[in-house]
Ligand binder design. Sequence first.
Ligand code: GLC
Length: 504
Amino acid sequence: MPDEPWWKSAVIYQIYPRSFADSTGDGVGDLEGIRRHLDHLEWLGVDAIWLSPFFRSPMADFGYDVSDYCDVDPLFGDLDAFDRLLADIHGRGMRLIIDWVPNHSSSEHPWFIAARSSREDPKRDWYFWRDPHPDGTPPNNWKQAFRDAPAWTLDPTTDQLYLHLFLPEQPDLNWGNPDVEAAMHETLRFWLDRGVDGFRMDVIHAIGKDPALPDDPPEVAALPHSSLNDTPFTHQLLRRIRALLDSYTGDRMSVGEVFLLDTAKVGTYLRDQLHLAFNFPPLFTKWRSYRWAKQLDDAAAYIEPNGWPTWVLSNHDVVRHRTRYGSEDRARAAAVLLLGLRGTPFLYMGEELGLENADVPPDRVVDPGGRDGCRAPLPWDRSRGHGWGEPWLPFPPDAAARSVEALRDEPESILHLYRELLAQRKASPALQLGDQERIEVADGALAWERARGDDRRVVAVNFTDEAVAVPNLQGTVVVSSDRLGEGETFTGTLGPDQAVWLRV
Ligand code: GLC
């Protein structure tokens, strides 16, 4: 679309590199594995890839604990492999955004090793150090993520506590120190100079801390502080990050993980700050028409005045929506919903296969946050190993039947449905960038119109397992979640769990 930045009309596909494709046979995915499977993404029709962390890391949080922001972990390859991957992605007309983890480093980052060595170390103030209260309790009541425990750990060498909103292996960086800000800006430049198209910014709303580190209010103090931190300082930092990105040519972009479960607050991180922000209330919304109606209305009320919406149904942190919604029919209807919304959709690798969460037996659990089930490896073919060496996590259920190879052979499969949706979306200015207006329909269903110029589409979703009459909706069926009736005049009734796009 001319005159609009690429990321507004793009469909972005998230790759969790450990689990996408294994080129070495060691059972862990790698950059060369991704490069060798780009045909799949090009065939599917995605515009851009978001690659979760592949940087040097002790892997306490599987890469979200970075010990060198400017190098590739040997598990995934090296900088040459990264450059080859990026060149191949660009050669195919796709874009690449990478994950940036600015809130915390690894405890094995040289910065933290220096900081913890002595109270006088020049890097001491790059992190947050405090004495305990006289009674020995931590400096404030903040909770860490993943476990019910304080966000503070005592470091015996210097006998002070340091702050970590996530694991003790992930100390929070002190962005109040200008040297930290400058050093982190350098890490952005490093990858921008290499040619990346942008960044997914990890827990970005948390990088600015209130210098007083005040207690969280008692009524929410049981929640991790990472889902509460919301201070003016972060907005200042984001404006400077935005200026850095915008100083480069080529529409470099940011999509921030603003993990505040409040769409109105998410809206405040846009405008002159982030280009896009994840808005997670929809990710935690049940499959009910009235609940989704509220999500559409909230995005219109709080995101639209400040920027462009995003939509996500699954990622590497939550149970896959195929499992949450309970059936393949619903997963198919959800694809029609997701790709019919105004805003940039993010797909999580494997949702195009209708993958369920994997059952991970207790002796194979590895993630401290209990998120292994959605991180299971992608099955590429019907063979016993599905294209992998002995994988680091078990495969999702029905891996052979759900493999890329098997579903490509089935024209009615969910994989072909996703491909058709992406193609139809790309062919329609209304679906890519059009305005959105809700249309009142019977309980249990949700409908809206998308329009741009002469191009108009109606999206209609039945959230129930019974037929719903929607006599006010008319048009030709462009895509149906069950692939029935496409090209025909819409009957005015949505079948059980059916969702459609109509050309008006
Ligand atoms: C984000 C990531 C998650 C990670 C956390 C700490 O929420 O998505 O995977 O554990 O940040 O970096």
